[in-house]
Design a protein around this ligand. Structure first.
Ligand code: PEP
Ligand code: MG
Length: 890
């Protein structure tokens, strides 16, 4: 069988071929077609990568096709790879369907060896440049292709040689190293390689190319790429394409340079070219944050003609792609080349502003604008801002790379950040620069501060994407990794010290400033109003306090979908709940319930007022006993202590009685035990108290002139009889309370669907309920047979291994749990066409799950307050992509 087509020249592809050519390859092809100055090359398909990763063997037909494409490029350029006279050099870069910035590997200046080096020197007359390119190639090739975990062959070992030479020559910047120094660097790097690798540096350019292609394939599975895909929910099976492109050189002298720019500001969305460039440098220097680059405005001053040309390219690309672009360029001897373009990653703030402005500029429609913004990114707009009431002075300033304010404890590396976060502390990661291996630490941090690197360094890119407030290039900060301290001015920061950073202004404070929540005004408000025009799903919130309810209303919640009444008893009140659960007699329980009643009623009054006429679903108590009772171990320990201390007999007896009761109530599987409606059924009095508090509060606010719509919800019903048993009590108490209060309120009665049996018997249950709300946390637990409390131990591994495509506790498992929901919806509506259907499990704030809820025709989703804007947008996107497939497929 003939081998499939594995290699495409740039001229053969186009932007529609992202699946096969990856984003970078497809865009290089597209830019070639629209006449932009793209250095020629070819792309190896993602399928080929997958073939390699599957078999571990060089895919059949690949090498012949590579040689064929190479020959065509060589012919076109009139140069050949590795030619001893004026050779062609190549870059070999990864590029998957979805951008994974810096997560996989790249090799530049491929094709250099002693002969081709001489050829370059002769052709360009620029020996310094030739040695600089060669030393970079040796370092990258050794690091990426051959090191395989050996530290002596990794980049840092070569950088040490570089630093040594700089120190000896007394120069600060790489660009200040003279030709002789560069030559020495090359010689020492080659010797270093040979000493540690055991044989000479590979000199055959074609062999270099073959090995580099394999290294890029393999880098699909390197740990940082895997973490990134997990976080971004990118399919691990997509594979990467490999782009082999002729090199152009930004490091040939002062009439050269390289840079990265966005057509609009990716942090704020402002319509102004935003970016950085470095004179006499190669692209990696900018992206890796090795030297702090100059602003793109400087390019306008220093290379005005090139800047004009670049502006035209920016406009052409924005018009062509109808989206903000992120562009890599190189200037070789006053000639501009475009090396990459992609849709620019941006903060939530920038995404919204760009979308709204592009609609105003007539570039895209409202509907397109809504589909452009990732729902999750809206949460970033709700990030707190720093407030500075005492006018504290910043101790240092840097580049405002990721907006928002953060306060936390200093951690000097990722492991420390991850450890502190696990201890429950907010963390600010403070590093010289971050590299992609720091992703885990960055995600564990509230803020990131680097002393080096620019706005387009990896720290900045990653931070912006995740909405982590970030300051880069804070030059005055001297970080000493050995002593784990940082100094600025006369101030020393130790690991664990608290600092505040303002990623919007780029300011660092050595005090804990306060923060205030963001507001939903301006572009954000306009954008959110568009979501409401298109969505069909209602959006409610899960809230247990008046404050949460009020916050959710400002974010657009149309009601409360779940008020967990047991949450109102946590904290100081837990003792009273324990008293109620542990009571020996009905009278004891009545006493405890009587203490809870006024507290509950007061809470409901606050919530009804905050919701001001919007529906409020209140769930009767559902306390898994292990969350509310003292641990038997602790009680036993206390009993021993009392006995040993010779405490009064009565006190010891009381403690012994408590221990006996706790042991008596101990459950092997508390999540499947005496909780939800089961508790209210076996312990009389609870339902009476709660209904009296709800209806009493409703009557009180109604009398005060506030509209009120309580919906009382019974949890964990599995059999219709559980529901009807409690319904009788509920209706009786509601009537009695209204009579006593002298008011009438319009309340509704419904249930959660969170036990599979309830979903399967929906036709029976729906006859007694005016609403159903899917409790997908428990429904997933019970349908899948995985414990909510323990699944975190193995589900991430399942996802990574590809056993599950996604984590069912995060996104609804549509083929299992989802099917059950569909059956339930259909059968409930058959017997009760007016029944209102919602969802209140954690999935209500997950965009993919919201899309599923839209598809099965629910009436609303309910989620935490900060997810409300996320759910509103996800619901609009679901409505807009109806019949067109999901916009979320990764
Ligand atoms: C659920 O099970 O989905 C639910 C919302 O209830 P809880 O998380 O309180 O068990
Ligand atoms: Mg539940």
């Amino acid at each position: 069988m003939a081998a499939p087509k594995r290699v495409y020249l740039f001229a053969e592809g186009d932007k529609s071929m992202r699946d096969l050519l990856g984003g970078k390859g497809a865009n290089l092809a597209e830019m070639t077609h629209i006449g932009l100055p793209v250095p020629p090359g070819f792309t190896i398909t993602t399928e080929t990568c997958n073939d390699y990763l599957e078999t571990g063997e060089f895919p059949d037909g690949l090498w012949d096709q590579v040689l064929d494409a190479l020959a065509k490029v060589e012919k076109d350029q009139g140069k050949t790879l590795g030619d001893p006279k004026d050779p062609l050099l190549f870059s070999v870069r990864s590029g998957s369907k979805f951008s994974m910035p810096g997560m996989m590997d790249t090799i530049l200046n491929l094709g250099l060896n002693a002969e081709s080096l001489a050829g370059i020197i002769e052709a360009t007359g620029n020996a310094r440049f030739a040695y600089d390119s060669y030393r970079r190639f040796i370092m990258m090739f050794s690091d990426v292709v051959l090191a395989e975990g050996r530290a002596e062959l990794e980049k840092e070992a070569y950088e040490e040689i570089l630093e040594e030479i700089k120190h000896r020559l007394g120069v600060e910047l790489d660009t200040d190293i003279p030709t002789e120094g560069m030559k020495e660097l090359v010689d020492r790097s080659l010797a270093h390689f040979e000493q540690h690798y055991g044989s000479a540096f590979p000199s055959d350019p074609k062999e270099q190319l073959r090995l580099s292609i394999l290294a890029v394939f393999k880098s699909w599975n390197n740990p940082r790429a895997v973490i990134y895909r997990n976080k971004e929910k990118i399919d691990h099976k997509l594979g990467t394409a490999v782009n082999c492109q002729t090199m152009v050189f930004g490091n040939m002298g002062d009439d050269c340079g390289t840079g990265v720019a966005f057509t609009r500001n990716p942090a704020t969305g402002e319509r102004k070219i935003f970016g950085e460039f470095l004179r006499n440098a190669q692209g990696e220097d900018v992206v890796a944050g090795v030297r702090t680059p100059q602003s793109i405005d400087q390019l306008a001053e220093e290379f005005p003609a090139i800047y004009g040309e670049f502006e035209a390219v920016c406009n052409k690309l924005e018009d062509h792609y109808r989206d903000m672009q992120d562009i890599e360029f190189t200037i070789e001897k006053q000639r501009l080349y475009i090396l990459q373009c992609r849709s620019g990653k941006r903060t939530g703030v920038a995404a919204v502003r760009t979308a709204v402005e592009m609609v105003n500029e007539g570039i895209i429609s409202e509907q397109e604008a809504l589909l452009r913004v990732a729902p999750e990114s809206l949460e970033q707009l709700l990030h707190p801002r720093l407030t500075n009431p005492t006018n504290a002075k910043p101790i240092a300033r840097g580049l405002n790379a990721g907006p928002g304010g953060a306060v936390g404890h200093v951690a000097f590396d990722s492991p420390a950040a991850i450890k502190m976060e696990a201890e429950g502390k907010p963390v600010i990661l403070v590093r010289k620069i971050t590299n992609p291996d720091d992703l885990g630490g960055m995600l564990a941090s509230k803020g990131v501060l680097t002393s080096e690197g620019g706005r387009t360094s990896h720290a900045a890119l990653v931070a912006r994407q995740y909405g982590i407030p970030t300051i880069c290039g804070c030059k005055d900060l001297r970080i000493d990794d050995a002593s784990r301290t940082a100094t600025v001015g006369g101030i020393t920061l130790n690991e664990g010290d608290v600092i505040s950073i303002d990623g919007t202004a780029g300011e660092v404070f050595n005090v804990a400033l306060s923060t205030e929540p963001a507001s939903m005004s301006g572009d954000f408000g306009v954008f959110m109003s568009w979501t409401d025009k298109y969505r069909k799903l209602g959006v409610r919130t899960n809230a247990d306090t008046p404050e949460q309810s009020a916050e959710a209303v400002t974010f657009g919640a149309e009601g409360i979908g779940l008020c967990r009444t047991e949450h109102m008893f946590l904290g100081d009140r837990v003792e009273v709940v324990r008293e109620m659960i542990l009571s020996e007699t009905d009278d004891d329980r009545k006493t405890a319930l009587a203490k809870l009643l006024p507290l509950q009623r007061e809470d409901f009054v606050g919530i009804f007022r905050a919701m001001d006429g919007k529906p409020v679903t209140i769930r009767l108590i559902d306390p898994p006993l292990h969350e509310f009772l003292p641990h038997a171990e602790e009680v036993r320990h206390e009993l021993n202590a009392l006995t040993q201390a010779g405490a009064p007999v009565a006190e010891i007896a009381a403690q012994a009685k408590l221990l006996a009761k706790v042991e008596d109530l101990h459950e092997q599987n508390p999540m499947l035990g005496l909780r939800g409606c089961r508790l209210s059924i076996v312990l009389p009095g609870i339902t009476e108290m709660q209904v009296s508090a709800i209806i009493g509060a409703a009557c009180e606010v109604k009398t005060a002139g506030i509209d009120v719509h309580p919906e009382i919800m019974i949890p964990l019903v599995g059999h219709v009889n559980e529901l009807t048993y409690l319904q009788e009590i509920l209706d009786r108490v509601a009537r009695e309370t209204m009579t006593a209060e002298g008011a009438e309120v319009d309340y509704q009665f419904g249930t959660m669907i969170e036990v599979p049996r309830a979903a399967l018997t929906a036709a029976e249950i729906a006859q007694h309920a005016s609403f159903f709300s899917f409790g997908t946390n428990d429904l997933t637990q019970m349908t899948f047979g995985i414990s909510r409390d323990d699944a975190g131990k193995f589900l991430p591994e399942y996802v990574q291994m590809g056993i599950l495509k996604g984590d069912p506790t995060e996104s609804i498992d549509t083929t299992g749990v989802g099917r059950l929901m569909e059956i339930c919806v259909r059968e409930a509506r058959e017997v009760n066409p007016k029944i209102k259907l919602g969802i209140c499990g954690e999935h209500g704030g997950d965009p993919a799950s919201v899309e599923f809820c839209h598809q099965i025709g629910l009436n609303y989703v309910s989620c935490s307050p900060k997810r409300v804007p996320v759910a509103r947008l996800a619901a609009a996107q679901a409505a807009l992509s109806e019949g067109k497939g999901s916009s979320r497929d990764k």
